[in-house]
Design a protein around this ligand. Structure first.
Ligand code: FAD
Length: 564
């Protein structure tokens, strides 16, 4: 059997540059140097994750220039915005999943995919260690390592339980497709349990009490979907329990959907009130058992326990263990999320990039950099600059930090032209730099991280792939585009996020949307906008057709209540 192990490992080594890292086998698994050289004429990119960020990177990368290897424990891409619809059977799980191998086979070059989880990143040796979930005699321990020239970390995030006792054991989550499928089965189980003949009315009522912890978009969408499912389908199938049903949303803040415009959040609260969905705001959950959920009202300090049939926990996200371990290695242990610069590179590891929910652009550094630019320009330490010097610096800042320009345009906080005039409206000869710096230091949006959304992740993936596509060309022209020439700056423009708005479906064929330019739209027409945007955003024609046909099926026949 050791001979067959050798053969298998040798085959994998010679075909993919994979090096098994179990110590006892290390001599036989390391490819000879000349194989490495021949094999790696193209730079090797290892991509971790096949979610929004990873897939948009792979879809736009010029694969012919690189040796690309992808590692992910899921061999499909899931369209997460439709996960709440899967929990009640409005759309089927398979309709929102696109196999990774379908995505990569359409690319103009070879991409290797390994269904495994990265368990350690060794940036000092340009290696990642992975483990597949299969364990049997053919794959051995399932452990292997990959070497890279560039690493793209796009592993997303995991659920944040805030270490609340009993949450992991007794709550449902809604982070991926398997969670949604499990939740769908459990909802149906609650109904089947509630109609068993040996139960009292109170027991039936408890079984049909659905609690959602977290009043963010995921929690609100699930509550709305569940309400529709119950009212449109389940009350007809289980008429005997229709008066015993209850949905409660528990939110620690003062309002649900508090990341949206106030008008949307109050529209959602009013709609939920009309629908009979109870919203408990200002409540912190202390523990969850299999029967009860215990919470504390922040204002009164009162603690109460309510019985439940099912709890969905959707209170935000946390860093994955592999990322936490990597952060410790690179001196970012005190941070909550992996920090990158505006080119999505990890500080201190020039060939490692991180995007999507697992990383954030460290905006605080921008303020430090701007301060340093002014300091360098103010050679005589006078605290003032000539108008020409000031203009040059502003141009420089706006190129390096487009988000500053965006802020200036949107907030009208500082009109640069005004700073160049004195109070009488005459042109100044010198400009006070402290005034400008002070004004900029109030720029909240500069210090705020980008939201953890699919929109950000997908835009980052596309941006990074374009940088990689131009990397070789930039090597031939190291001075870069004219605007960066001689400045010692990075060869690419920094990442700039464009916000296209966000939706919150609220059930009953109504949705709310925050659109660019401070537009807010709510009601039935917005739901139709939601349908068209989400159909158009599908990653393939196959999933687009499946999703639209699921919606049509639901309109015609209703949702399926069988527990499959
Ligand atoms: P993910 O999409 O989570 O992908 C992470 C990938 O990494 C997965 O393939 C995973 O299998 C893989 N992975 C995990 N661990 C490892 C490992 N150790 N090694 C290798 N691979 C690993 N955003 C919006 O913009 N609009 C919405 O309407 C919206 N609705 C949402 C609804 C729900 C229910 C949820 C849960 C999220 C929603 N989001 C929405 C947020 C959006 O899904 C995330 O922001 C987005 O998925 C982040 O993309 P990502 O690529 O960083 O991570």
């Amino acid at each position: 059997s050791s001979y067959s192990k050798f053969l298998i490992l040798f085959t994998t080594v010679s075909s993919g540059g994979i090096v098994a890292y179990s110590e006892s086998q290390s001599e036989i698994n390391t490819p000879p140097a000349e194989v490495n050289e021949h094999k790696y004429k193209k730079k090797r990119i290892v991509v971790l994750g096949t979610g929004w960020a990873g897939v948009s990177f792979l879809k736009n990368l010029d694969v012919s220039s690189y040796d690309v290897q992808v590692v992910s424990p899921r061999n499909y891409f899931a369209f997460t915005p439709l996960l709440p619809s899967v929990t009640c059977g409005t759309v089927e799980a398979r309709s929102i999943a696109e196999p990774v191998r379908n995505i990569i086979k359409k690319r103009n070059g070879e991409i290797k995919f390994f269904e495994a989880e990265c368990i350690k990143i060794d940036a000092a040796n340009n290696k990642v260690f992975c483990k597949s979930n299969f364990e049997n005699s053919v794959v051995g321990t399932g452990e292997f390592s990959l070497e890279y020239d560039y690493l793209v970390i796009a592993v997303g995030a995991q659920v944040n339980t805030f270490n609340t006792p009993g949450v992991v054991e007794n709550c449902h989550f809604l982070k991926d497709l398997e969670d949604a499928q499990k939740l769908r089965r459990s909802v149906i189980d609650c109904f089947e349990k509630a109609v068993l003949p040996n139960l009292t009315e109170e027991e039936r009522r408890i079984n049909l009490h659905f609690v959602v912890v977290g009043g963010g978009p995921t929690g609100v969408e699930f509550a709305a979907e569940l309400h529709d499912f119950i009212q449109e389908d389940m009350v007809n199938i289980y008429p005997m329990v229709k008066d015993l049903l209850k949905i409660t949303v528990v939110q620690s803040g003062d309002h649900i959907l508090n990341m949206f415009d106030e008008r949307i959040s109050s529209f959602a609260e009013q709609k939920f009130q009309r629908d009979g969905i109870e919203v408990q705001t200002g409540c912190r959950v202390l523990s969850v058992s299999d029967k009860e959920i215990t919470m504390k009202f922040k204002s009164k300090g009162e603690v109460c326990s309510i019985p439940h049939g099912l709890v969905l926990w959707s209170t935000g996200i946390n860093t994955r263990p592999v990322v936490t371990d990597f952060m410790e290695q690179i001196g970012q242990a005190n941070r909550r999320v992996l920090a990158t610069d505006e080119w999505l590179r990890i500080k201190g590891c020039e060939n490692v990039y991180a995007l999507g929910d697992c990383a954030t652009i460290d905006q605080r550094k921008i303020m430090e950099d701007i301060g340093a630019i002014f300091k360098a320009a103010d050679k005589d330490n006078s605290g003032t600059l000539t108008v020409q010097e000031f203009r040059d610096i502003i141009d420089d800042i706006l190129i390096r930090y487009p988000q500053v320009g965006l802020y200036l345009r949107n907030q009208h906080l500082i009109d640069v032209a005004d700073l160049l005039k004195d109070p009488e409206g005459n042109d100044r000869k010198e400009v006070d730099i402290e005034g400008f710096k002070l004004a900029l230091s109030h720029v909240d949006s500069l210090t705020k991280s980008l939201p953890a959304t699919a929109q950000v992740a997908a835009q980052q993936g596309t941006y990074l792939s374009r940088c990689f596509n131009h990397m070789e060309r930039c090597k031939d022209n190291p001075e870069g585009p004219r605007r960066f020439r001689g400045s010692g700056r990075h060869q690419f423009r920094p990442f700039e996020y464009k916000h296209f708005g966000q939706f919150a479906p609220l059930g009953g064929e109504q949705a709310a949307a925050e659109l660019p330019g401070d537009w807010v739209s709510m009601g039935h027409s917005t739901q139709w906008l939601w349908y068209s945007v989400y159909a158009s955003k599908q990653v393939s024609w196959r999933t687009r057709v499946l999703v639209v046909s699921d919606w049509t099926r639901r309109f015609v026949f209703g949702r399926d209540s069988s527990r499959i």
